[in-house]
Write a protein that binds this ligand. Structure first.
Ligand code: 2RA
Length: 329
């Protein structure tokens, strides 16, 4: 497998390399790609040094698969160029997610939709992935009617500049701002940009992507996305109303049996998910499972996951693994 990683020096690109190494993804040729200013620099992968190449050179090398994490504009311009030479692109940006001709994949939920003809595959937004990982099995059994979700998102979702801003603020140093406001000792209800309807793009991704992944436009979703000064992962308070009633013990059993989900829910031992402990792990952690007594058939749960891993790099690599295993590349 000739594999290219586009955006190889970014935070997600770096985690992609780690995940590819950890999972011993079989690669015959590794093609690291980054912006012009990084071309020619060396990076480490599988204990070897590789020279970063340009996007144009990478297209000419005709990789079998290209994992993209280089922003929407780069994906819009270059993913079709890779696809034209036969490369299967798996893209982390939002560029292709709502394109009707492109699949939006969380392998544990809808990888079976994939076919050889899919040459540009979209990786969902991190906060969507962790939520649907927890909700998909429940939707299958109880049919979701409405989701109200509040997210508490790690600064790592914004990138290096945000991590640097928090470090500077904690050290009392004035530096570049990734956000309009200080993030230290703060919570900013503003992830990505505002749309006409007063919601942010991040909030609308939770609405639109959830319906596409679960293939059910009847699912009502409303979201509030908040940035908080943590770096280990995104946390979400999910209130979900079903068409049918449920039993809490069955819900917990269902989640326990779900690949990629770990139940952390024991109030006697103060056991519940937290980003400090989800950091660096691939699972989606679910806890604080309790009935919402304010209305029928409604459940509250708390969902935490490392947004750079299952929220981005790991999900992308898992899609590539599925393609290889099912001879789709
Ligand atoms: C964020 N989900 O957390 C977005 C993009 N990574 O900012």
């Amino acid at each position: 497998m000739k594999l290219a990683v586009i955006g190889v020096t970014g935070m997600v690109g770096e985690v992609m390399r780690t995940v590819l190494e950890e999972r011993n993804f079989k690669i015959t040729e590794f093609i690291p790609v980054a912006s012009e200013r990084s071309v020619g620099k060396k990076i480490n992968f599988k204990n070897k040094k590789f020279t970063i190449v340009s996007l144009a050179d990478a297209v000419a090398m005709k990789p079998d698969v290209a994992l993209f994490s280089a922003g929407g504009n780069t994906s819009l311009e270059w993913a079709p160029k890779f696809a034209e030479v036969g490369t299967t692109v798996i893209d982390n940006s939002s560029a292709w997610r709502m394109d009707h001709s492109k699949k939006l994949i969380v392998p544990e939920i809808n990888a079976s939709e994939l076919s050889k003809s899919d040459k540009i595959i979209a990786n969902p937004n991190c906060s969507t992935i962790q939520m649907v990982m927890a909700l998909a099995p429940l939707h299958k059994k109880y049919k979701i009617k409405r989701i109200v979700v509040s997210t508490y998102q790690s600064i790592s979702g914004t990138g290096v500049k945000a991590v640097q801003q928090l470090e500077n603020e904690m050290a009392g140093i004035d530096g570049d701002m990734a956000y309009h406001y200080p993030i230290h000792k703060n919570a900013i209800p503003h992830c990505d940009v505002f749309e006409e309807n007063g919601y942010t793009k991040e909030e609308m991704k939770l609405v639109r992507e959830t319906q596409k992944i679960l293939n059910d436009k009847t699912i009502a979703v409303t979201a509030t996305a908040v940035r908080i000064p943590t770096s280990g992962g995104h946390s979400e308070a999910v209130n979900v109303e079903f068409e049918n009633d449920f039993n809490i013990a069955d819900v917990k059993q269902l989640l326990t049996e779900t690949d990629g989900v770990t139940l952390q829910d024991n109030l006697d031992t103060n056991t519940y998910p937290m980003p400090l402990y989800a950091n660096g792990k691939d699972d989606v952690f679910v806890g604080r499972i309790r009935r919402d007594g304010s209305q029928p058939n409604t459940l509250n749960l708390w969902v935490v996951s490392d947004n750079l891993r299952k929220g981005a790099a790991t999900n992308t690599v898992q899609i590539a693994e599925y393609l290889v295993k099912n001879n789709l590349v």
